[in-house]
Design a protein around this ligand. Structure first.
Ligand SMILES: NC(=O)c1ccc[n+]([C@@H]2O[C@H](COP(=O)([O-])OP(=O)(O)OC[C@H]3O[C@@H](n4cnc5c(N)ncnc54)[C@H](O)[C@@H]3O)[C@@H](O)[C@H]2O)c1
Length: 240
């Protein structure tokens, strides 16, 4: 079972979207992703105390956790026992996700952060470590798009999409890896791509497709290169 498949099932069954992103493709190492395997945004009622705490003591940071898939991923990590940092450019929705986790007995920190800005995402990682002492998992989920014909895409559209989807994912991955390498026990980096990045014709626009292709490519390169720094940050621990 793959995280991407879970997300695909969710999008297919519940949102009826055709952009079958994330149906990609590397096994989740050990049991760290197990919390996502029962994935369903309709199951937003958390019951943390009665769930198997397979991720107890783990610290998971989810970007774009204020709504949509990011919120669902954050709740599922909490369900699996992880302390969850809910980061979003919309601080109000980040707080709502954290409040839902805490109300169910979990541990969570809301952070207002813009993943398209290096200082903001560095502060996000720093606040995570200051609060919980470490970082074990990052899910680079924050993403933006809008439906546009190829002839309508402007330079501003391209920059807005790539600032979050490509630059944001890259530097969140780099800065999270820096922290994980310093900890010396590896970690899990999960980058949410899209089948758009593999050339799916029906996606929202070509600039978005290019940004998701960038996510796939950078994840594969990072999976090779990060192993040089920490054997636990090897190929199987980065997924897209
Ligand atoms: N929904 C789908 O069908 C689908 C399919 C394939 C891939 N994806 C990818 O999955 C991810 C989540 O999709 P979704 O449909 O849940 O999106 P969504 O638009 O519902 O939620 C995205 C979240 O990211 C946050 N965000 C936007 N810009 C940000 C920034 N600069 N910094 C921090 N947070 C920011 C938003 O505030 C929002 O809470 C995206 O990367 C998307 O490209 C989605």
């Amino acid at each position: 079972m793959y995280i991407g498949q879970c997300i695909w099932h969710w999008t297919h069954l519940y949102k009826q979207v055709y952009d079958r992103g994330c149906a990609l493709l590397a096994p989740v190492g050990e049991s760290w992703g197990a919390g996502l395997l029962s994935y369903s945004t309709r199951q937003h009622t958390l019951n943390i105390e009665e769930s198997p705490m397979v991720l107890a003591e783990k610290i998971a940071l989810v970007t774009g956790a204020g709504r949509g898939m990011g919120r669902a991923i954050a709740l599922q990590y909490a369900q699996a026992g992880a302390a969850v940092v809910a980061a979003d450019i919309d601080g109000q929705t980040a707080q709502e996700t954290s409040a839902a986790i805490e109300a169910a007995g979990g541990r969570s920190l809301p952070i207002q952060a813009d993943v398209g800005e290096l200082t903001s995402l560095e502060r996000m990682i720093q606040q995570t470590v200051e609060t919980f002492g470490r970082l074990d998992v990052i899910v680079n989920n924050a993403g933006v798009t809008r439906y546009l014909d190829i002839m309508e895409v402007t330079e501003a559209d391209w920059d807005r999409i790539h600032r979050v989807n490509a630059k944001g994912v890259f530097f969140c991955m780099q800065q999270a890896a820096k922290q994980m390498i310093a900890q010396g026990q590896g970690g899990r980096i999960i980058n949410i791509a899209s089948i758009a990045g593999k050339g799916y014709a029906g996606t929202s626009n070509a600039a978005y497709a290019a940004s998701k292709g960038a996510v796939i490519a950078m994840t594969m390169t990072a999976a090779h290169q990060l192993g040089r720094y920490d054997k636990y940050l090897s190929k199987s621990n980065l997924i897209f």
